[in-house]
Design a protein around this ligand. Sequence first.
Ligand SMILES: Nc1nc2c(ncn2[C@@H]2O[C@H](COP(=O)(O)OP(=O)(O)O)[C@@H](O)[C@H]2O)c(=O)[nH]1
Ligand SMILES: [Mg+2]
Ligand SMILES: [Zn+2]
Length: 322
Amino acid sequence: MTGMIEKNTRKNPDVLQTEGMIIKGVGGFYYVECGDRVYECRARGALRGGGAGRARITPLAGDRCVISVHPDGLASVDSILERRNFLLRPPLANLDVLFIVVSLRDPPPNALTVDRFISLAEHKGIEPVIVITKLDLAEDSGFGEIYRKAGFTVIDADYTSEGREFLGAIRGVMKDKICAFAGNTGAGKSTLLNALCPGLDRETGETSKKLGRGRHTTRETELFSLDSGGKIADTPGFSSFDGEFAEFVYKDELADTFREFADFSPLCRFTGCSHTCEKGCEVLAAVSRGEISRSRHDSYVTLYNEVKDIKEWEKKRAAKLR
Ligand SMILES: Nc1nc2c(ncn2[C@@H]2O[C@H](COP(=O)(O)OP(=O)(O)O)[C@@H](O)[C@H]2O)c(=O)[nH]1
Ligand SMILES: [Mg+2]
Ligand SMILES: [Zn+2]
């Protein structure tokens, strides 16, 4: 229940507590949306999460929280409610959908980049949705099909199509969800964002070049509301994981982030099969029969090799850094 001031705190009857969502954090302030109001709030001391350990946490855009509103209009964040998931880069909590934007040309599609995004999204319980752009510049010679076959929603963002029905399809997926766009620089994320919410008017390729902005413009992650329902994160830092990959899916969990393996992996001859080279591997058999795309399996093997030598102690150290 948001939007309404719900109850008085016992300590001070003039202080009202309510629940909302952080839509932006900047310079020690958090902007918390409660229904149709946004409160500028300070975080009150160290905040603790709602999870089992109630560890200290840094509030993120997307976090649900309880705030106190004082009679003089000042407001503060009291606590962060339990998160469904969170990402370090871009800093976002409770993401429902990750739109992976991939252009058929300029730049050409890179299956490994797409599969890396998908794997991380699946690992975090975020639904990956593939959006294909620049269909006016090149034929789709089967890229979208790889992902449709693997069980993903694939949306063709053809701006030349009559009525641009794909926008309706994307809005439909976004309804009541927290969403973000990922994809290589130049894939068409800002263009798509502008088409979905014209009021936002994000810089696209040409303008950002003209202004000489680099890749790492520091702007805070902010959630915008769509008129059609749902929230979209404007995340300048979410263009590509290459070279700045902050999070891994470890090898024991990796196969589970390739959803089309699920029909076959339980049938492998050996438990603990890595599905990379083993005799009696049913995933490999499905690849050779064409039931799993070779391109998807190639990405799996690449990601597996990246993480296979990470030791337990290194995992623990990485977990502490979070
Ligand atoms: N022809 C064509 N150009 C596009 C399409 N989508 C985006 N662009 C152009 O591609 C360039 C990069 O797009 P932009 O939205 O800035 O990509 P971003 O880096 O992912 O935000 C811009 O010049 C856009 O106008 C498309 O579907 N077709
Ligand atoms: Mg952009
Ligand atoms: Zn196997």
